[in-house]
Design a protein around this ligand. Structure first.
Ligand code: AP5
Ligand code: MG
Length: 211
């Protein structure tokens, strides 16, 4: 059983590392951002509502997101654990997990400074269907604008404009960073500014200590 939370500012590399972690430990990735973008794409009621917040770089209301995650965690593939990517991001969300008796084994905190984040997100390309992420300079796809695995086109996320990135950072510092204190006893701090493979090695070393 391995129940992990990936915590960190926008662009810290949560999605990038999540793909490596789920492959290694055979647990599902639950990315609330990916779920919300899917709902937006199919124009469901939740998606239409969420889009208003996401496009401004604001958080979607706790009640909406908590309901989504609780339902997702009941699915069969979560019996041996799960990786939460982008949830919780408020103390209210963390308390909802605790109050539902959903235990967490470790909280991995990816630390990256704000200027590096603006640089990373400004050059990010995404494959929407899988959540795979690239960067035009540091992690380019094999052929420009095309996903390596499926051959489908890559897109730039709507909230990756500099102004919106700065707003997401403000939201992280005010609403999400208090979780560092909340999860103090379970925290694995990782320097997210190292290379992708070094970051993954540090994450594995951290997980090794708790399993
Ligand atoms: P979400 O989709 O979760 O976005 P985020 O937290 O802002 O984080 P990102 O996905 O932008 O970054 P990441 O850490 O995954 O980095 P990545 O690996 O892609 O949320 C979006 C929105 O949805 C929120 O703003 C909110 O509105 C809503 N939402 C979601 N969850 C919610 C919740 N729980 N409550 C309320 N609202 C919620 O990497 C970024 C780039 O950096 C890539 O180009 C990558 O190639 C590059 N990179 C990665 N690692 C490295 C490295 N080590 N060195 C160099 N470059 C790297
Ligand atoms: Mg992500």
């Amino acid at each position: 059983m391995l129940r992990i939370i990936l915590l960190g500012p926008p662009g810290a590399g949560k999605g990038t590392q999540a793909h490596k972690i789920i492959e290694q430990y055979r647990i599902p990735q639950i990315s609330t951002g990916d779920i919300l973008r899917h709902e937006t794409k199919i124009q469901s009621d939740i998606g239409i509502k969420a889009q208003e917040y996401m496009s401004k770089g604001a958080l979607v209301p706790d009640d909406v997101i908590i309901a989504i995650v609780k339902k997702r965690l009941l699915e069969k593939d979560c019996v041996n654990g799960f990786l939460l990517d982008g949830f919780p991001r408020t103390v209210g969300q963390a308390e909802a997990l605790r109050d539902a008796n959903i235990d967490i084994d470790a909280v991995i905190l990816l630390e990256v400074n704000d200027d590096e984040i603006v640089e990373r997100l400004g050059g990010r390309l995404v494959h929407p269907a899988s959540g795979r992420v690239y960067h035009i300079h540091t992690h380019p796809p094999k052929s420009a604008g095309i996903d390596d695995v499926t051959g489908e086109p890559l897109i730039q996320r709507q909230d990756d404009k500099e102004e919106t990135i700065r707003q997401r950072l403000r939201v992280y510092h005010s609403q999400t960073s208090p979780l560092i204190q909340f999860y103090q006893s379970k925290l694995i701090e990782v320097d997210g500014e190292k290379s992708t493979s070094e970051v993954f090695a540090d994450i594995q070393a951290g997980i090794q200590k708790i399993v």
